[in-house]
Design a protein around this ligand. Structure first.
Ligand code: SAH
Ligand code: SF4
Length: 373
């Protein structure tokens, strides 16, 4: 197995051009102060937040409680357009839609919207690229471009909520119900912006979208200090830990940050999170043929997890261009599941929504880069 050399970038704000400030970057109190700093009464911030989060109204001319002559100026200051749609691709009869966004400095990120019978989920990016260098991941191959601001992350969610409300997905208007941080980037390596975004999602109107914390999943490669900080926030969002193998020897190469925090420490941090929030956590496990899908690994994973409040989410590997790795054989996947179930560990195999549009992990942005380079 050849593992590329990586530079691990951890919690370093990498910023080329300053991202314009947006009300989604601030707490509700700070928003009022910003409004006052602009010479406006504080309540204008609350009005704009209501238009943004509750009405999903991006055209300031519809903000009828704000004087017409002020609307555009206020919008320019508090809700500048941070993301611009480059293109969308759909599959699954339109029920899966992947959007490619251009940020103000030309950086590309993507989000994926998926409608199911009982919910609509958006998968969003928290960074442009990723510095964690996992060799099976398209985003990891490109390295980290920069952290996204809370505004840039929140804009992906609000755009998804708007698309749902406008009936852009087949089946008519619907409410966005779930948010997963499983697009590009390592959310806990962009901690402050991600936590601000979590508040924007969870806080009730007029301060946020009012979506329940349990409908939000933060997926991490296992940054223990980030998990510990998140535990202290007491936000009760669902935590997903990308484990991918139960042994440190292989994990050191599949997930290079394992050289810093070993499996034992990662699981202990996830256990503490579960204890504090009462939320069962997920273990993400990309099944890679003949690499991490042997029955002895399933057995070891079962023994590791049998007394923990965790659920295993097996993800058939989505091969990245040029990689020699591929998804497990059906029978190996079935055996892996059977062994885990034998330990009483809850396990599901993730559906492969969006495969034909490279729905996973930075592949659309990578393709666009090739097209435009
Ligand atoms: N950085 C975070 C979140 C983004 S990746 C993390 O690693 O958890 C979201 C999930 O997609 C992770 O579980 C990741 O391991 C998985 N993933 C990445 N590349 C993949 C691929 N090629 N096939 C299947 N899953 C992949
Ligand atoms: Fe980053 Fe997650 Fe991809 Fe690893 S799997 S490189 S942490 S996005």
């Amino acid at each position: 197995m050849s593992i590329p050399e990586v530079n691990l970038v951890f919690d370093e704000p990498v910023q080329r051009k300053k991202v314009p400030k947006h009300l989604a970057d601030y707490s509700p109190q700070e928003r009022r102060e910003v409004a006052q700093g602009l010479g406006l009464p504080a309540f204008r911030a609350t009005q704009v937040a209501t238009h943004y989060f509750s009405h999903l109204a991006d055209d300031p001319q519809t903000w009828s409680d704000i004087p017409a002559e002020l609307r555009q100026t206020i919008a320019d200051q508090l809700t500048p357009k941070l993301i611009e749609l480059v293109r969308s691709v759909t599959c699954d009869d339109g029920m899966t839609r992947k959007d490619l966004w251009k940020l103000h400095d030309g950086t590309l990120v993507e989000s994926v919207l998926m409608r199911y019978t009982d919910r609509v989920t958006v998968c969003i990016s928290s960074q442009a690229g990723c510095g964690m260098g996992c060799p099976f991941c398209a985003t990891g191959q490109a390295g980290l471009t920069r952290n996204l601001s809370a505004g840039e992350i929140t804009e992906q969610i609000v755009a998804a909520a708007r698309a749902c409300a406008n009936g852009e997905l087949p089946g008519g208007p619907v409410r966005l119900s779930n948010i997963v941080f499983m697009g590009m980037g390592e959310p806990l390596a962009n901690y402050n912006a991600v936590v601000r975004t979590l508040h924007n999602i969870i806080d009730p109107a007029p301060d946020g979208l009012g979506i329940s914390a349990r409908s939000v999943t933060v997926s991490t490669v296992g940054l223990v200090n980030g998990i510990e900080k998140l535990t202290e926030e007491g936000l009760a969002v669902t935590l997903a830990v990308s484990l991918h193998t139960p042994d440190d020897e292989l994990r050191d190469s599949l997930v290079p940050i394992n050289s810093r925090w070993k499996i034992k420490e990662v699981l202990a941090a996830a256990d503490a999170y579960e204890k504090r929030t009462g939320r069962r956590y997920s273990i993400e496990y990309a099944l890679i043929r003949d690499i991490n899908d042997q029955s002895w690994r399933s057995d070891l994973l079962g023994r590791l997890l049998k007394n923990r409040n965790a659920h295993v989410n097996l993800i058939p590997l989505n091969p990245t261009p040029g990689s020699k790795w591929t998804a497990s054989r059906r029978e190996d996947e079935a055996e892996f599941v059977r062994i885990l179930e034998g330990y009483g560990v809850p396990v599901t195999v993730r559906d492969t929504r969006g495969r034909e549009i490279d729905g996973a992990c930075g592949q659309l942005a990578a393709a666009e880069k090739v097209r435009t380079d």
